[in-house]
Design a protein around this ligand. Sequence first.
Ligand code: UDP
Length: 152
Amino acid sequence: MSQTERTFIAIKPDGVQRGLVSNIIGRFEKRGYKLVAIKLVQATEALLNEHYAEHVGKPFFPKMCNFMMSGPIVAMVWEGKDVVKQGRKMLGATNPQDSDMGTIRGDFGIDLGRNVCHGSDSVASAEREIKIWFNENEIVNWSANQSIWIYE
Ligand code: UDP
């Protein structure tokens, strides 16, 4: 399994407003994943239509879009072995009511429309989403000295 797999993780406006940025970043850092891109973004309707293409036209979409544009989002790319699947596990189930304790949504969320974070659901989605949120030159290739203590 590739140690250079990448996923797109976002801290939604509720997570930023509630001061959860450092906690969420800290979980990925401490787990051993490598941060290769990060920025604070004000989402636009065009960007969200692209990012959530599969949900455009669904009844919840307009409200969800307004919420996603209500404040800044922390957009990130994290890299490491199996990071897409592991990242989803760290986030917890989409609805915080179903998320296990110890996951981000389970620890910090109550309502579906305020579930604090986003994570790509497959390697293909990750590649698609990273291209939507980041330019090529915003992603940094670097080697983490700690990798020999993370990977055997
Ligand atoms: N969502 C919502 N109402 C719904 C369904 C989804 O507000 O009825 C929001 C929810 O915050 C979710 C996002 O839309 O995180 C995207 O939904 P998806 O099923 O893709 O879940 P995710 O990939 O975020 O776990």
